[in-house]
Design a protein around this ligand. Structure first.
Ligand code: NAD
Ligand code: DAU
Length: 351
């Protein structure tokens, strides 16, 4: 029975990953280690909280002592590091916590795993550390071309620079100690359990509450959207089949401008939920500082080498996602009754 240490498992992608893995494998143990910041929500895992193969431990990836105790208590085979401060807008206002968690936390986790796994002639068999990174480390594209694994790192925001720094530390542990690691760099995810501060759930929530939808700048920035389950599938494949030291880009060639995303959601809600919701809710607001123009992933390597492919078409995934939020209003109310309301008022008050 393999034991997975999933950090940040109470967040958006981490919780989807835990659901995905426990559904797929009955012979694994998952330890979810999460600090439960504003973005961590145990509601996301309510349906599996009593599964005997699942354990939750509240903790910070910067806390080496707690991490060491974890590695002493359990024979951990795989570490999948989702834990991060993940929101670009927050990083522009308060960069320091991004360096603490995303850089120093990653190093604490890497180092603890290394110390637990190292033996005289290398590392114990079958161990692996996977760093969940992002396409944002590559910077911004013009209207043509794609990010490949060979594209130089050229991050711009405090968030993406903290993720790029973490990637370089993971690389250093492979180059220096030959630690068994992989890095995955995925494009924008969407799906159930995404915190409401991110574009897609924010638009759904604002439509349902008839609030303005803030569109940054001219609304023509492009993101490359992937349904979250396809990201989870890719991570599972990289853990089991990716040769150590390799980096994999993950994306499904689903580029959309932000305004296209906004209009798609408005139109679905107008047609299926409330005909009074319409494009007049759109409000063009001041642009994000240093706003990356376009992301576009070239996923050729993971497709050719590991046989990964995305299963959910954007047209289906976006409807599934909107329906999930509509069917989980308690989950949304739970989020909006917490700090989110204060964050939203502060963030958008001058816009
Ligand atoms: P999220 O903000 O929804 O969740 C982050 C989780 O990490 C939360 O549960 C939070 O409580 C936990 N956490 C934060 N600081 C911690 C700490 N110091 N110690 C332990 N736990 C901590 O983020 P997400 O969108 O699920 O992203 C997960 C990972 O995937 C991140 O590393 C992010 O950079 C990466 N990523 C995200 C996307 C995307 O579109 N959301 C795309 C590519 C990569
Ligand atoms: O590309 C992967 C990255 O995608 C991940 O690494 C990040 O963790 C994740 O947050 C996401 O970053 P983005 O900045 O692309 O996502 P966000 O949902 O914040 O914004 C998507 C686009 O929408 C971006 O161009 C900014 C714009 N936007 C966002 C918000 C919240 C708006 O126009 N209005 C908004 O209110």
């Amino acid at each position: 029975m393999k034991t997975y240490l999933v950090t940040g498992g109470a967040g958006f992608i981490g919780s989807n990953f835990i659901h995905y893995m426990l559904k797929k494998y009955s012979d694994i143990k998952i330890i979810n280690y999460d600090k439960l910041t504003y973005a961590g929500n145990l509601e996301n895992l309510k349906s599996i909280s009593k599964n005997p193969n699942y354990i939750f431990i509240q903790g910070d990836i910067c806390n080496r002592k707690k991490l060491q105790q974890l590695f002493q208590k359990y024979d951990i085979d795989y570490v999948i590091n989702f834990a991060a401060e993940s929101h670009v807008d927050r990083s522009i206002r308060d960069p320091e916590v991004f360096v603490k968690t995303n850089v120093l936390g990653t190093v604490a986790l890497l180092d603890t795993a290394k110390n637990a796994w190292i033996v005289q002639n290398g590392f114990k068999q079958g161990k692996k550390y996977l760093q969940v990174s992002t396409d944002e480390v590559y910077g911004s594209l013009g209207s043509e071309g794609y990010f490949t694994e060979k594209t130089p790192l050229d991050s711009h925001s405090p968030y993406s620079s903290s993720k790029a720094s973490a990637d370089l530390m993971v690389k250093a542990y492979f180059d220096t100690y030959k630690m068994p690691v992989n890095i995955t760099r995925c494009s924008n995810n969407y799906g159930p359990y995404q915190f409401l501060e991110k574009l897609i759930p924010l638009v759904i929530n604002n439509c349902l509450n008839k609030m303005h939808i803030p569109v940054y700048g001219d609304g023509l920035n492009i993101r490359d959207w992937l349904y979250v389950e396809d990201h989870c599938k890719a991570i599972d494949m990289v853990i089991h089949s990716g040769p150590c030291g390799e980096v994999y880009n993950i994306g499904g060639h689903n580029e959309r401008t932000n305004i296209q995303i906004v209009k798609t959601i408005i139109s679905y809600i107008h047609d299926n939920v409330d005909s009074s919701v319409g494009e007049r809710l759109i409000k063009y607001v001041e642009d994000r500082k240093g706003h990356d123009r376009r992301y576009g992933i070239d996923p050729t390597k993971i497709k050719d080498k590991l046989g990964w492919y995305p299963e959910t078409k954007f047209e289906d995934g976006i409807v599934k996602t909107i329906k999930w939020y509509l069917g989980n209003k308690d989950w949304m109310n739970n989020v909006t009754s917490g700090d989110y309301k204060k964050y939203y008022e502060k963030m958008y008050k001058d816009k």
